[in-house]
Ligand binder design. Structure first.
Ligand code: ADP
Ligand code: MG
Length: 322
């Protein structure tokens, strides 16, 4: 049975690459890092009911398990090449594995990512994906390197995934079509798009970069700590989708955008002189980039509210909202 599942995974993820000397099927894969490139590696685990809602569609889980990893490569400015997949399944459910692998492959194929191996075990539904990508030596984007005076930007829109999770917990209204704001937000939750092209474009431009997986405040704080700086954000500048604003009042939308996780956008810092160029480049790549604040001396992240006063984001309601 397990062999059949592995064979099914192999067939549905077929992707030939010259740098895969030996792919799935042996005791280990043999891979050739192209000369003159550094290898960027990352791994993330998704646990049923923790990192995705219990009962999520198999294809959504497959997509997301890969997407969250590719988002880490995007944040480093790396181009993806290979992946490993460790699947822990409660039963040998071939229909689930088919759906899962189809969602995985849907995202893998356009990036020519090859699944080169993994492990299949029995237990509570858990998915680990490890990804490998290439980056020119010394050119990777890191969390360190932000400088006082840099402008802070973010791709796409923020808070959608948190609003999608909130929507899942509400009963669906009968009068809602399949293309309404609720569906948009659920799609943002279930099918995050890793900003790989943006990450590569930012390699020559940004001083620091992080992907927004735990929420803007938490992730921008990582840049601040790694770079030894502080950041000031303007709440009025945060990019919010019309779907988010259509379903929530301004204050709830702001909470989602600041503290909600799972958006997988890139937050990055560039010198002011490069902002226009970066915005033009990222607009061309389809995700756009919005300036939301700047890097300052000191530490921590402060948020200026609509009225110009600093928001009290340290009080618990902000960090643990929703
Ligand atoms: P081993 O006992 O040597 O670990 P396995 O039976 O676990 O071998 O796996 C056989 C082959 O199938 C290996 O090449 C392994 O990398 C691959 N494989 C197993 N499970 C998966 C999976 N979920 N995704 C991708 N490849 C897998
Ligand atoms: Mg094994």
């Amino acid at each position: 049975m397990e062999f059949d599942l592995i064979e099914l995974i192999r067939q549905r993820t077929a992707q030939s690459r010259d740098d895969v000397r030996l792919g799935m099927g042996d005791d280990a894969a043999l891979l050739a890092v192209p000369p003159g490139q550094e290898l960027a590696v990352a791994i993330d685990t998704l646990v049923d009911g923790v990192h995705f809602p219990h009962g999520s569609a198999a294809a959504d889980i497959g997509w997301k398990a890969l997407a969250v990893n590719l988002s880490d490569l995007a944040a480093m400015g790396a181009s993806p090449a290979w992946a490993l997949l460790a699947l822990t399944l409660p039963t040998g459910d071939a229909a689930f594995v088919e759906g899962f692998v189809d969602g995985f492959a849907q995202l893998a194929q356009p990036h020519r990512l090859a699944l080169v191996g993994g492990d299949t075990t029995r237990g509570p539904l858990t998915v680990s994906v490890a990804v490998h990508g290439f980056v020119p030596p010394g050119r990777a984007l890191t969390r360190a390197g932000a400088r006082v005076g840099d402008v802070v930007l973010v791709t796409g829109t923020l808070g959608d995934a948190a609003a999608g999770l909130h929507a899942l917990q509400q009963p669906r209204r009968n009068d809602e079509g399949s293309s309404g704001p609720r569906e948009f937000l659920l799609d943002r939750l279930n099918r995050p798009v890793p900003r790989l092209a943006a990450g590569i474009a930012l390699r020559e431009q940004a001083h620091a970069c992080v992907d927004v997986s735990d929420g803007l405040l938490a992730d921008l704080r990582h840049i601040c700590v790694a770079s030894g700086v502080g950041a000031e954000i303007d709440a009025s500048l945060l990019p919010l989708s019309s779907a988010l604003l259509g379903l929530h009042d301004d204050s709830t939308a702001l909470h989602f955008a600041l503290s909600g996780g799972d958006d997988y956008e890139l937050c990055f810092c560039v010198p002011a002189s490069r902002v226009a160029q970066v915005q033009a480049d990222l607009a061309r790549l389809g995700c756009g980039a919005t300036r939301i604040g700047r890097i300052v001396a000191g530490e921590g992240v402060r948020v200026r509210g609509q009225d110009g006063a600093w928001l009290d984001i340290a009080s618990s309601g902000w960090e643990h909202f929703a």
